[in-house]
Design a protein around this ligand. Structure first.
Ligand code: FDA
Length: 300
């Protein structure tokens, strides 16, 4: 099926935007902040909390990075105003990481500072492997001043065990754990699906055994089941973990976890840049096409 997915991912950009939107809207709350607020309100009534993400394309100037910072601050203000059970996710490259690292740090610090004032929390998403070291360095620097910030670890990266150990040793391991979405070289990333899963669980045990906060971000039934087992084995305190899923994905499993009493946070992306985001995701991971095509036929 992979070759088919690759071909479809290749020809999808030839279709009109309005056509692509039909499939993307299940995974994106909308183009405006108001759409993200409405989606979050609905999730809150379903017993889920959320993390809101402003979709951003690769930026080319620090002016755009400043705009992105201001938009993130507006999200925090809207969460406060509407009394939503939600926090914020941000991407370092949309805040200037590839242009000026110090400016990026200052932008993230301004967001984290605002979140602190509002008693909220900021999660720094992890992007492709060229950004990992810089993102972790910025995160560790921020943690010297702030405790209301966390980041993400990807279980497909071979370096992740060392990174998690380092964060645990520095007592700053407040992490979302996921498999990783980018296409990385086999020199630095595991390609075998079961190996990525097994590494996810090894990392999860490291965090649980050290009583670090962990966001278990997966829709993989095997990993959800193994995570529940790990939570029981390590007698994890419910205040130290949550499950996390993407908007529109495996909603039945999401509801099942909520009904069992697990805290569940849904990632709610919104923004004008939805098209570029959807296209990039498709190119990065052609298997997404399979999900999109499935959604053509299976609704609700
Ligand atoms: P897998 O891909 O095996 O999916 C398991 C099942 O879930 C599939 O069989 C399918 O049924 C369903 N499914 C998964 N994705 C779907 C989709 N898009 N549409 C429909 N069904 C779908 N990555 C990263 O590199 N940096 C980051 O910061 C983050 N942040 C993040 C936050 C949150 C809350 C989540 C849930 C995920 C991320 N990710 C991420 C993405 C993550 O790395 C990973 O690529 C996806 O979660 C898919 O991996 P799964 O573990 O869900 O398994």
């Amino acid at each position: 099926m992979l070759w088919f997915n690759k071909i479809v991912a290749f020809i999808l950009p030839l279709f009109p935007k309005s056509f692509i939107w039909i499939f993307s809207k299940k995974y994106i709350s909308g183009k405006e902040l108001e759409d993200a607020i409405n989606a979050t309100k609905e999730l809150n009534t379903l017993g889920c909390c959320a993390t809101i993400d402003v979709l951003g394309e690769e930026i080319e100037s620090l002016k755009e990075a400043d705009q992105s910072r201001d938009e993130s601050i507006q999200v925090l203000e809207a969460i406060e105003k509407h009394k939503l059970d939600a926090n914020l996710s941000i991407k370092p490259t949309s805040l200037g990481l590839r242009i000026d690292k110090e400016a990026c740090y200052k932008n993230i610090e301004a967001i984290v500072e605002k979140a602190k004032k509002l008693k909220n929390f900021v999660r720094i998403d992890m992007e492709d492997a060229t950004t990992t070291s810089d993102t972790l360095a910025m995160y560790k620097r921020l943690r010297k001043k702030y405790s209301n910030v966390g980041t993400v670890i990807q279980s497909y990266l071979m370096r992740s065990k060392d990174d998690v150990q380092d964060l645990i040793d520095n007592k700053v391991a407040h992490l979302r754990l996921c498999k990783g979405i980018y296409i990385e070289s086999s020199k630095i990333a595991y390609k075998n699906k079961q190996k990525v899963r097994d590494n996810f669980m090894e990392l999860a045990y490291m965090m649980l055994n050290s009583k670090s906060y962990i966001g278990l971000a997966t829709h993989d039934k095997q990993l959800v089941d193994r995570s529940i087992q790990a939570l029981k084995e390590t007698k994890a305190d419910p205040k130290d973990y949550e499950f996390q899923m993407l908007l529109g994905v495996t909603e039945k499993m999401r509801a099942s976890l909520v009904s069992q009493g697990y805290k569940l946070r849904v990632y709610v992306p919104y923004g004008e840049q939805w098209y570029g985001y959807s296209m990039r995701r498709l190119k990065e991971n052609p298997n997404m096409v399979g999900h999109i095509i499935k959604n053509l036929f299976i609704r609700g």
